[in-house]
Design a protein around this ligand. Structure first.
Ligand SMILES: Cc1ncc(COP(=O)(O)O)c(C=O)c1O
Length: 404
């Protein structure tokens, strides 16, 4: 069991007041808060070992290189990748997806098909659309039902020998649906297609095992798991990473350069051109250590209780409708209140110290499906409490009274 007071004391921002009220932070889907160990690790890096990596023979450069590679190893262990060179540092999920779509531009041909799910964040739609425009491949959409679940019978029908890659999130940021990715991975492989899993919303809640899943690519962002912004990971199977061309050209990603021809470095450096976010990469390892110390069983238990309690309490509000009622769901509650624009609720509760997200959550097709402009989204983390949910519910009731 979590000692919630001890956990909350790890996050200095949680004891802050916003607009004169104690902060209730329910925008964890957008980004997580950072524990003191992560904040300290950033300043320790700049105070003690700041240097460029993989380049210098001097001591600081070696210390920084070692710390960066140790962090890569921690992430390898965390997601159970077979090799550390299958773990690429990126600036986030968006970067990871674009790296893959850029690579597939040299693989796809006219008439090939890319399957994308109806539940995606824009960053897992637009790069694939751009890829299809470039190559003449066709984008097909795996539809969803009114609970916010992907329809597996339709997915099965869409798969064919034309399918070259499938892309789907592990967990939806807008609705919280946990997708049946193991089934989808196996089915994609049956027709010879690759599959990318957008794990941006999954890694805060669970530990993915990429070998057991057998996915070809798994991407996520560091800032959603207590790590710094501008960090992320693209896991790719070795064979795929060897097959894809480099994403960016520059320093570090080369073996030899001449004006006639350049040869590329081995993995992972082939995909890590230029000076990376050294501090960020190192501290992402610290964040993952922290999450593991809290323990994913504890995290899941706490978040399950928050989801159940939050759903029950919110449904007490008259005229409130929840979007996303999938059987498999994590700690996101997206909702609207009849006759009130989500933005107005968001603005009023902010004045009461409560941070929720309002709008389309970078998932406009989902809003179009439900025929709504957007929702109010409360997304929980393991450091949230039931008392905070009570504060939010009271604030929403107050906002509802003011607005109706
Ligand atoms: C499911 C999902 N995919 C992709 C992203 C994009 O992540 P980033 O902005 O960190 O690149 C997000 C961010 O909210 C997300 O929730």
């Amino acid at each position: 069991m979590l000692d919630i007071n001890k956990i909350r004391a790890d996050f200095p921002i949680l004891s802050q007041k916003v607009n004169g009220k104690p902060l209730v932070y329910f925008d964890n889907g957008a980004t997580s808060q950072k524990p003191q160990v992560v904040i300290d690790a950033i300043s320790k890096y700049y105070q003690e070992i700041n240097a460029n990596i993989h380049r210098g023979v001097h001591t600081l450069s070696q210390l920084a290189t070692d710390a960066y590679e140790i962090s890569r190893g921690k992430i390898q262990n965390h997601i159970n990748a077979k090799f550390s060179h299958e773990v690429l540092f990126t600036s986030g999920t968006t970067h990871g997806i674009n790296l893959v779509t850029n690579g597939f531009a040299s693989i796809l041909k006219e008439g090939d098909e890319v399957l994308v799910s109806a539940l995606e964040h824009h960053s897992n739609i637009v790069p694939w659309q751009m890829l299809c425009e470039k190559t003449g491949a066709v984008l097909r959409v795996i539809p969803m039902n009114h609970e916010g679940e992907l329809i597996m019978e339709e997915f099965d029908k869409l798969l064919s020998s034309k399918t070259k890659i499938v892309t789907v999130n592990h967990i939806s940021n807008a609705l919280g649906t946990v997708n049946p990715i193991k089934y989808m991975i196996d089915k994609a492989h049956e027709v010879g297609a690759a599959i990318l899993i957008d794990g941006a919303q999954a890694v805060p809640h669970l530990k993915p095992d990429v070998q057991e899943l057998d996915c070809d690519f798994y991407v996520f962002s560091g800032h959603k798991i207590c790590g710094p912004t501008g960090t992320g990971i693209l896991y790719g199977k070795e064979a795929w990473l060897n097959k894809l061309p480099p994403y960016q050209g520059g320093g570090e990603m080369i073996k030899e350069v001449s004006f006639e021809k350049t040869t590329y470095a081995e993995l992972p450096h082939k995909f890590e051109a230029g000076t990376p976010n050294v501090a960020g990469g190192i501290v992402l390892g610290t964040a993952i250590d922290y999450m593991n110390e809290v323990g994913f069983d504890n995290i899941q238990q706490q978040e399950k209780e928050l989801l159940e309690y939050g759903t029950k309490r919110l449904l007490e509000i008259e005229g409130l409708k929840i979007f996303g009622t999938a059987k498999e769901k994590t700690s996101v509650i997206s909702f609207n209140i009849e006759g009130i624009h989500p933005y107005d609720i968001g603005t009023i509760v902010d004045k009461l110290g409560i941070a929720v997200r309002t709008g389309h959550h970078c998932a406009q097709p989902i809003m179009t499906f439900f025929d709504i402009p957007g929702t109010i989204r409360a997304s929980f983390a393991f450091y949230n409490t039931k008392e905070e949910i009570d504060i939010m519910v009271a604030a929403i009731k107050r906002a509802q009274m003011m607005l109706s």
